[in-house]
Design a protein around this ligand. Structure first.
Ligand code: DX5
Ligand code: ZN
Length: 215
């Protein structure tokens, strides 16, 4: 059964309290929190202050996806805000290994996110040090984009790399996940499905989360 991680980016910010309440009552496993800096990606979302607010509304795992340059400058701030999992982009880190050690030394799980153009082979020498790979199935920066089909081949390849080394690293797929493509993403080997628009723009988000969970 996949882990379902709704992305709050697609929620109604005027009704955040009820959106969080809905997620808490749903079968969602994680809160996926998208942090964008307007530099690494062409959009700005929110930072540690709002992560701290989300943290206070839930006991579920807070999975923070940093789409920012120089993420090492903010690792402690996100720890203080209550992140359980902190993912940094491979494309934003000159010293990825050091960044991962920093995240882990603060007691968080460490994730590495990879853009659609980055081959999964680039993860080879960091895989045994991390807990999660966030495979981007859209170009990061915006919700509501279409799933890039080539991601399925990347999931399969990464699954093989992880299994070959008998590692426990989870594969998270982020972007354009729908009720229609979720099964093929799971079949390819994904452990975690991020879903923004599919959940929050549906008529019955709790039922949509349950449907994703059942696949
Ligand atoms: C994109 C973000 C995603 C996004 C997913 O940059 O990392 O988490 O919110 O949204 P949907 O599911 O609508 O593509
Ligand atoms: Zn994300």
């Amino acid at each position: 059964m996949a882990i379902i991680a709704p992305s709050l980016l697609a929620s109604n910010f005027l009704n955040l309290a009820s959106e969080c309440k809905m997620l808490n009552e749903s079968s969602a496993d994680w809160f996926h929190l998208d942090v964008m800096d307007g530099r690494f990606v062409p959009n700005i979302s929110y930072g540690p202050m709002l992560v701290e607010v989300f943290r206070k509304t839930t006991t579920k795992i807070c999975d923070v996806h940093l789409m920012i340059e120089e993420p090492e400058r903010y690792t402690e701030a996100f720890k203080k805000a209550g992140a359980d999992i902190l993912s940094v982009h491979i494309e934003a880190c000159k010293h990825l290994h050091r960044n991962i050690q920093q995240i882990k030394s603060l007691g968080m799980q460490a994730g590495v996110a990879v853009n659609p153009h980055t081959p999964v082979e680039a993860l080879k020498d960091i895989l045994e040090d991390i807990d999660l790979v966030c495979l981007m199935s859209v170009n990061p920066g915006f919700g509501g984009q279409s799933f890039i089909p080539h991601t399925l081949a990347k999931i399969k390849q990464l699954r093989e790399m992880i299994d070959e080394q008998s590692l426990k690293v989870k594969i998270e797929v982020d972007g354009g996940v729908t009720l229609e493509n979720a099964q093929s993403i799971i079949n390819a080997g994904a452990d975690v499905l991020v879903a923004g628009n599919t959940v929050f723009k549906s008529a019955d988000p709790i039922a949509t989360i349950a449907a994703l969970k059942k696949m």
